[in-house]
Design a protein around this ligand. Structure first.
Ligand SMILES: Cc1cc2nc3c(=O)[nH]c(=O)nc-3n(C[C@H](O)[C@H](O)[C@H](O)COP(=O)(O)OP(=O)(O)OC[C@H]3O[C@@H](n4cnc5c(N)ncnc54)[C@H](O)[C@@H]3O)c2cc1C
Length: 473
């Protein structure tokens, strides 16, 4: 056994239930935690997450100090960093797995480097309930439908003997391994759009624990009703913490199991964790979906290129208040409520017929919880070209969606304050309010708030025609 250990962290920025970190601290004299910031993965692609990552690493550094473990950050390419580690460095490398096809193939190259350089290494299960390789249908093929997938995953996971929880051990002294390290502040985005996120989030393990407690105590009981109402904080908001591993999904699962009376809220919540598992399974069995439609019949879909419309959608200036509220919530907070994500996504791919990949790209840049698997699977679910997807012909009516899920307009008026005096009857179709009343409330549609960029009925008809055209191919 070497004296030194390096724990390479990626999406496991936590002390608790961090197997690689615990194992290394139990078995080596000194431990260095390494984060490799690879600009190729972030710059101009994941600006919101750069902020989350930077703050998370700052907070994690303080957490690790208590254990005399240093956090060292390098800005480089992973393979380059690891090829420079040699046998004489007397170090073992540890990590927890990440389940994305390109990360897995990069991992193989890294392992080859270690073998060539005679470096010992060990890796552990990542932030998932069941690894995708553990689960296929009885005939050995992967699942494409959620319900049977989740039924089997849940049962297999429940039947598994839980892994022993190793605890992190305090080291006697802190050491420094790498030269030319950087500070988390060095990769904060250059523009200061993200600064307002400070108002909404504290990216730390401790905060994740508080969110989990709040879910169990205050939210889960009524989750099945409240999860669809964007004005109510009815969901866990744990998604960015899960993405960066400030909490392990098994920790959430275990806390949920402790609930004495497990009602519909519990069931629905656990199901959502299932969708996260399903998305990971899909992108690994069908990696082609990361680059295009899972359903090949959609390859001939007549998408529209319209940059002006795309920009208006991104800015929350479509003229459909519930859509604009969602897009503005995203830009302001780095997060958007799930019901509204479905509405804005449907609007982009059906009302505007702009390719789902444009929406996927925008979400990737703006979401603090961006997750490659969930994002791509959900965009394709909405577009109708994914696994077990919503049928394309089911087109959300943004007026009715607003009236149904934000009846009082609390959410919409919060994010679209120009409409704060709009009577609720007209909130989701403000262009129908007579001009004289628009003047009275000092909101002129087309001047103070945009006119609708497309007419719902016309857009719906055009979308259905486009969909029908697929069948003729
Ligand atoms: C177009 C679109 C894009 C999306 N992109 C992402 C993304 O990049 N990252 C992401 O984590 N989620 C994504 N989702 C799923 C979902 O909107 C978010 O997971 C959820 O809103 C996060 O809030 P929460 O933590 O309060 O969720 P909760 O309702 O508290 O759910 C608990 C957890 O379950 C998981 N989850 C919930 N719903 C889904 C779902 N439909 N698919 C997969 N996992 C789910 C998340 O990890 C979430 O934290 C997307 C949904 C849509 C419609």
């Amino acid at each position: 056994m070497t004296k030194k250990a390096i724990v390479w962290i990626r999406e496991d920025i936590r002390i608790e239930k961090n197997e690689a970190l615990a194992f290394a601290s139990q078995n080596h004299e000194t431990v260095t935690v390494l984060y490799i910031y690879n600009p190729k993965l972030f710059d101009k692609k994941r600006e919101a997450q750069k902020w989350w990552l930077s703050k998370s690493l700052e907070n994690f550094k303080t957490d690790l100090d208590r254990f005399n473990i240093s956090l060292e950050i390098l800005s480089d390419d992973e393979i380059k960093v690891f090829s420079n580690i040699k046998k004489k460095d007397d170090v073992t490398i540890y990590w927890n797995k990440v389940y994305e096809p390109d990360v897995i193939s990069n991992g193989k190259k890294i392992r080859d480097t270690f073998i060539k350089n005679e470096i010992s290494y060990k890796y552990f299960k990542g932030n998932i309930l069941l690894e995708f390789q553990e689960l296929t249908k009885d005939d050995g093929t992967p699942y494409k439908v959620f319900t049977p997938f989740w039924k089997k995953t849940e049962q297999t996971y429940l039947d598994k003997i839980p892994s022993k929880i190793l605890k992190i051990k305090k080291k006697q002294k802190k050491t420094i391994f790498f030269k030319k390290t950087i500070s988390p502040k060095d990769f904060l985005p250059k523009n200061d759009w993200f600064k307002k996120f400070d108002k909404y989030w504290t990216p730390s393990e401790n905060e994740a624990k508080k969110y989990l407690q709040s879910l169990i105590k205050n939210k889960i009981k009524d989750y099945s009703e409240n999860r669809d109402i964007p004005s109510v904080e009815g969901t866990s908001k744990l998604s960015p913490f899960l993405k960066f591993g400030q909490i392990h999904v098994e920790t959430i699962w275990n806390e949920c199991q402790e609930i004495k009376s497990k009602g519909m809220g519990y069931r629905k919540y656990i199901n959502e964790l299932g969708w996260r598992e399903f998305s990971h399974s899909l992108i690994n069995y069908f990696p082609q979906m990361l680059k295009g439609n899972l359903r090949k019949d959609f390859d001939n879909f007549p998408w529209v290129t319209n940059n002006k419309f795309l920009e208006r959608w991104k800015k929350g200036m479509t003229g459909y208040p519930i859509v604009d509220a969602g897009m503005r919530e995203l830009y302001e907070t780095g997060w958007m409520h799930n019901r509204v994500r479905m509405i804005v996504a449907s609007f982009l791919v059906k009302h505007l017929r702009i390719h789902w990949m444009e929406g996927e790209k925008h979400f990737k840049n703006c979401l603090v919880d961006y997750n490659k698997a969930s994002n791509v699977a959900q965009w394709q679910w909405v577009a109708g070209c994914g696994a077990d997807a919503a049928p394309y012909f089911r087109i959300f009516n943004p007026i009715l969606q607003g009236e149904k899920f934000d009846k009082e307009g609390t959410y919409t008026k919060k994010w679209v304050p120009e409409l704060k005096n709009m009577p609720n009857k007209f909130l989701y179709k403000p262009w129908e309010l007579e001009n004289k009343y628009q003047e009275q409330i000092k909101v002129i549609i087309g001047k103070d708030y945009p006119s609708p960029m497309v007419i719902h009925e016309e857009a719906r008809t055009a979308a259905l025609a486009a969909f029908q055209s697929l069948k003729k191919n």
